[in-house]
Design a protein around this ligand. Structure first.
Ligand code: TXA
Ligand code: MG
Length: 353
């Protein structure tokens, strides 16, 4: 079997017993397999094999100080990677696993530096997607998996996105269709006094607080401006992320003012000869006059916006848009995770009216 990165033929397959068996073999041999989870597609390798984890960095073009999330299928596997698990951590795992929550714990000695980026802690998640679970069981391993995009691009929410980024770099993509949630798991650090959210996601602060009481949010991720002097505790959060190739600009303020501003900025850039896009919602689409208009979803259903966001950001690249103007979103509940991703995609370029 060829497990060299950058020289392989990439196969995209439906999920059945034969493709899962092949995927398990690749993982055991130290190779890479892309697979669906309920959040985004992951790029998996044997988490206990440092050389396999290193192949992930190579395939993604990802800085190797940015640690990976270890995916497990049952609680026995948790003990392979984590130690001294505090009671509140057990409580949130019980409440939200399997599901879109990643927990930072003290690592077992055996977890290689290649997986944790040299940290003494490990990020662990038990995904609920049946294919992710089946792959972990079939391989008999715990699986390190970042999102299956090349570094800096929006995370893949469909197998076709993975193929765009990973063609020729990995042998196998398990195609489970579009994912359900569409943004990455919530990350909560359980190694300190108070649980600390390092990345917002579908599992919100208030959902966590209902189970364990007070939860804090890492100041580096709650900010609405780039906070250069604050170091993100999740190393990955310091990198430019989720971003289209063109410049995304968010506009917030009273509804009518936002619409007028976006229309006039778009017109101005189009007159200068640029390709311009506008991101809006189902409710607001009719208000925009010019440019390539895309709806991310309905304001009534933040989950629809989460599910479509990365696909729409990739569409900006397909359309070769130079400037993309977007409405901004409420920061309650899931809206907090959505705005976090959009602010990062925009490089914190936000116009407040
Ligand atoms: O939903 C998800 O979490 C997806 C799917 C595939 O499970 N995975 C994912 O992985 O989003 P990735 O590699 O794109 O993001 C992992 C984040 C990075 O920001 C990384 O810095 C952080 O988790 N992380 C990993 N281990 C950590 C640790 N020990 N301490 C703090 N942050 C950690
Ligand atoms: Mg990622």
């Amino acid at each position: 079997m060829d497990i060299e990165v950058n020289t392989v033929e990439t196969k995209l397959t439906d999920i059945d017993a034969a493709s899962l068996e092949e995927a398990g073999e690749i993982i055991r041999a130290g190779g890479l397999v892309a697979f669906p989870t309920e959040t985004v597609y992951g790029l998996g390798a044997d988490a206990m094999n440092g050389a396999a984890a290193a192949r992930i960095y190579e395939a993604k073009g990802r800085p190797s100080d940015n640690p990976l999330i270890v995916h497990i299928a049952d609680m026995e596997q948790l003990d392979l990677v984590a130690r001294d698990i505090p009671k509140p951590a057990r409580q949130i795992m019980e409440a939200f696993w399997p599901g879109p929550l990643t927990v930072i714990l003290h690592k077992k000695e055996e977890v290689p530096d290649g997986t944790t980026g040299g940290l003494q802690t490990v990020a662990v998640r038990m995904p609920s997607h049946p294919t992710a679970q089946a792959l972990i069981r079939e391989s008999g391993r715990v699986i390190a998996a970042p999102s299956a995009n090349t570094s800096g691009r929006p995370s893949p929410t469909m197998a076709e996105h993975v193929l765009e980024d990973m063609d020729g770099r990995i042998p196998l993509i398990l195609d489970g269709g579009p994912v359900g949630i569409g943004i990455e798991s919530t990350i909560v650090d359980m190694t300190g006094e108070v649980p600390m959210i390092l990345r917002p996601g579908y599992i919100t602060k208030s959902m966590l607080e209902d189970v364990v009481g007070t939860v804090q949010v890492d100041p580096a991720v709650s900010g609405r401006t780039m906070q250069k002097d604050i170091v993100a505790k999740a190393p990955g959060m310091k990198y430019r992320h989720y971003a289209p190739k063109g410049q995304l600009i968010l506009v917030e303020g009273p509804r009518n003012a936002v619409v007028d501003k976006i229309n006039s900025l778009a017109e101005e850039k189009m007159q200068q000869g640029y390709h311009v896009g506008i991101l809006a919602t189902d409710e607001g689409m009719a208000d925009y006059r010019v440019g390539y208009r895309m709806s991310i979803g309905s304001r009534e259903r933040p989950d629809s916006i989460a599910a479509n966001l990365y696909k729409v950001l990739r569409e900006c690249d397909e359309q070769k848009l130079d400037y993309i103007y977007s409405e901004s979103f409420f920061e309650e509940g899931l809206g907090n995770a959505i705005m976090n991703r959009m602010l990062k995609a925009a490089g914190y370029h936000l116009i407040s009216l």
